[in-house]
Design a protein around this ligand. Structure first.
Ligand code: SF4
Ligand code: SF4
Length: 209
């Protein structure tokens, strides 16, 4: 188990970076735990936004960036609607997700990361999700991981389950082979571009040591 030592300078830098990039005033959190009682995934993963915020404020960078909530948060924004200080936990998890990616930290839940990446790739390229591209990109990554780890039973199980799902979707006409482009594709691209610029700006303000 990693031993964490509190360092005031590191703690301040980390907390300010998260606050700047998420645009959430985490220092206003007084640990009332109203967010915790409503978190959609809190019970399942055994961790809640109030604790993540506390982790960030106290500068436990590694634990925060590797936390399960970072990848398993479903961005439902329930925590934010309950918070008396209007702190949106979903924006904090999203920020930590980006930061963990930038620092090449292996996600605690790789398959959720594959799902996320496949979704973002589709949206930035076509302005929307195309089911066939989305499922294909996700499955290739997921199966490759199992092959590398020599989990052949899992590979077979995945192929079998997804083939059945694909068949059912075709039957219901819920999946299309043709890749479709959204009318507002350029706006979606501009949106992502802007988000990436925000990251660069923030990094310049708080450069890595
Ligand atoms: S509801 Fe808001 S103030 Fe209360 S613990 Fe959660 S984030 Fe902090
Ligand atoms: S946005 Fe994320 S952290 Fe907040 S309640 Fe929903 S799942 Fe929990």
């Amino acid at each position: 188990m990693d031993v964490w030592t509190y360092d005031p300078a590191d703690a301040k830098q980390f907390a300010i970076e998260v606050m700047e990039r998420s645009n959430q005033n985490i220092f206003a959190c007084y640990q009332c735990r109203r967010c915790a009682s409503g978190c959609t995934v809190g019970e399942e993963i055994g961790f809640t936004p109030d604790r993540l915020i506390r982790m960030v404020i106290t500068g436990n960078r590694k634990a925060a960036l590797e936390n399960a909530l970072v990848w398993q948060c479903v961005s439902c924004y329930t925590c934010g609607t309950r918070c008396p200080n209007n702190i949106q936990g979903g924006r904090i998890t999203e920020t930590l997700k980006k930061m963990s990616r930038e620092e090449s930290i292996t996600p605690r839940s790789p398959t959720i990361a594959y799902f996320h990446d496949s979704f973002v790739t589709g949206c930035t390229r076509w302005g929307r999700v195309n089911e066939i591209q989305f499922m294909g990109a996700y499955e290739i990554k997921s199966i490759a991981k199992n092959l590398v780890n020599l989990h052949f039973t899992d590979v077979w199980k995945e192929i079998r389950e997804q083939s059945l799902l694909l068949k059912a979707l075709f039957k219901q006409r819920r999946i299309h082979l043709k890749l479709q482009t959204a009318k507002g594709r350029n706006e979606v691209r501009a949106f992502y571009k802007k988000a990436m610029q925000k990251k660069t700006k923030s990094r310049n303000v708080f450069p890595q040591r």
